[in-house]
Every structure is written in C-alpha cells, then in structure tokens.
Design a protein. Structure first.
Length: 336
C-alpha cells in the first residue's frame, strides 16, 4: 500500500514538472505560413520567429512550416487560400486586402502617419483592432500588424527631385486604387502588379520603377535593377498577419490563446528588427551604388496637395468617410 502511494506521488510529481505546453490542449497540426518577401528579409525573420514560438508553445504538436518568396502565391492568392481553408496563416501588406475589405485603403492614404510611433499606437489600439475585426465576416482573422515601413520611390530613369520628374515613369504599384490614383496624380504611369512579379518586371524594363521601404529594396535586391532612390516616405503601410477563419474556428481555446500570444511577441520582435535593419539597408543601398536623394518639405507638401482627388475619391466610397473620420480622430488625440 505504502509503495502504491509512493509511486502515485512520484507520478504526480512528474506530471507537475511537465511543461504548461504539454498540459495545454493542443492537437497535432500542420500549419502553412506563407509570405511574399525573400527568406533573408525582415519579413522572413519574423515569420520564422512566429513559427518557432508556436512550435514551442504547442510542445511540438504543431509543425508550423514557413514558405517565403511568394512560393504559396502572391498576397491576393494567399488571401484566397486562407478564405478557402487551403492555407492557415500568411503575412502581407494591408494594401492588398482592399479586394476583400476596401476600408483597408485608409492606411494607404498618402502622408497619413507622421512617424512609426504614431502608426504603432493607432494600429495596436482600438482603431487597428476594429479594422482587423472587419475581416472576420470575409473568412479571415487578423492577428497582428507588423511594420513594413514608410515607402520610398526607386526608378531606373532619373533622379526624382520634384514631382514633375515622375512624368511618364512606368511605376509598379500595389493592386490598390489609392496607389494608382495617387501616382497618376503625380504624373507617373502607374501599373498595378503583384509583388511576386516585380523584380522580373524591373529587370526586363516592363516597368521603370516601384515604391517600397528601404528594407524591401535591399532584401529584394532591387538595387541590381534600380539606380535612383528618392526618400519620399509617402505612405506608411503596415503588414498584417492573418489566419484562415475556417481553420481558426476549429482551434481549441488554448491554441487560440497561444496564437494570440505568439502574434504579439512576433510583432515586438519584427518592429525592433525592421527598424534596426532599415538603417543597415540604407548603407547597403549606398554601397551598391544607388543614388539617393531626399525631397524638400515644400516639394512633399506640393505632392501631398496633389493627392487630394485620390483621397476624396476613397472617402466617397460607401462607408469610407466614416473610417477616415475615425482614423483622423485617433491621430488628433495623439497630436494634441
Ligand atoms: C509582399 C508585399 C510587399 C508590399 C508590396 O508580399 O507589394 O509592395 O510592400 O511587402 O506585401
């Protein structure tokens, strides 16, 4: 009898030392996490961080596999795979979500955010959450926002010192009307194209230029096919990590909680990493021979004024006036 009690106690003691992960309710799952940038990029590093967190939290029950360089498809293709349940998680630009929830175009309105700090506060606050919640009715679940960063202009034709220098430049933009209207307004020839096709388009001269944060210009090796970089910071566009709602709805409460926790940890990791990488990328781009120039505030203000029709057009679409007002109110709170 004593022996039985002893071994029972021992058994309990061992059970007590099992990690919380093993005790928690995790089912064995294969999770596909896709993204568009190169594996060696700020996006790739953060995806691997997220995957690792989930593998750990599940005590090895989850096998999260990462797929970079758009190997599961472009942003819009992955979004459809999530909605259909053929893929579990992705990260991509909020800008490419406008085909699903057009309200997301609000983040693409030119010169809306003044700093990374402003963007963090708005995205991590009630406004950012409310935007993510709009995806639920469309088959996706928003998990968190990562930094893509302020977007800058590159091209192979000429230095862009003033708006008129963009005239006639065939410029790849994301598949999003705000960008098409904005760059047409600047005088460029805006061509919407998936990011996965961008390098080849620049290389063959199908387009002359593009716009992205310096980290992406570096990790995608655009310096090989682009000579001029102009620091316009015209849009701060976030990345958003999303899950398939079909898949998400089948998760246990413990799994959902772990997913949320890993999402927040990945966000903090990604923003720190991206901001450090951004400084290094500027050095790399210089060293690779890109000619870099900034634009005067007066010129940027002139560009901003030129975008008014694009902003008005966005705001005139159903429901958008409300979204713009809400974002303006959030920003006003920060700036007072
Ligand atoms: C990566 C894209 C990219 C975005 C773009 O899939 O398309 O220019 O900036 O980050 O989402």
């Amino acid at each position: 009898m004593k022996l039985i009690i002893k071994s029972l106690a021992l058994g309990l003691a061992i059970a007590g030392t099992l990690s919380a992960a093993q005790a928690a309710d995790f089912k064995p799952r294969m999770v596909r996490f896709g993204y568009g940038l190169a594996e060696d990029s700020n996006q790739g590093r953060a995806v691997r961080f997220f995957a690792e967190e989930l593998n750990k939290a599940s005590g090895g029950k989850w096998k999260v596999k990462t797929f970079g360089a758009a190997s599961l498809g472009s942003d819009p293709q992955m979004q459809n795979a999530l909605i259909g349940g053929a893929q579990e998680i992705m990260v991509g630009s909020t800008a490419t979500l406008v085909g699903i929830v057009s309200d997301f175009g609000v983040y693409d309105l030119p010169f809306v955010f003044n700093s990374e700090k402003e963007a963090d506060t708005v995205l991590d606050g009630p406004f950012g959450q409310k935007m993510m919640d709009k995806l639920q009715g469309k088959g996706m679940v928003g998990l968190t926002y990562w930094e893509n960063g302020f977007r800058n202009l590159t091209n192979s034709k000429r230095p862009v010192n003033k708006m008129e220098d963009m005239a006639g430049i065939k410029l790849r933009v994301m598949q999003n009307p705000v960008y098409i209207d904005m760059f047409k307004g600047f005088g460029a020839n805006a061509v919407p194209l998936a990011f996965s096709e961008l390098f080849a388009a620049l290389e063959t001269g199908a387009v002359d230029g593009q716009e992205n944060p310096v980290t992406t210009i570096d990790s995608s090796k655009f310096y090989e096919v682009q000579k001029y970089l102009t620091m316009t910071r015209h849009v701060y566009s976030p990345w958003i990590v999303t899950a398939s709602k079909r898949w998400y709805d089948g998760l246990t409460a413990d799994e959902k909680a772990a997913l949320q926790k890993a999402a927040i940890a990945s966000r903090d990791f990604e923003r720190r990493d991206s901001r450090a990488a951004s400084e290094k990328s500027m050095e790399v781009l210089k060293q690779k021979g890109m000619q870099i120039n900034s634009m005067s505030d007066a010129e940027l203000n002139r560009m901003r004024a030129t975008t008014k029709p694009a902003v008005d057009k966005f705001a005139a679409m159903p429901g958008h006036a409300e979204v713009v007002k809400e974002l303006d109110a959030e920003l006003a709170k920060l700036r007072k």
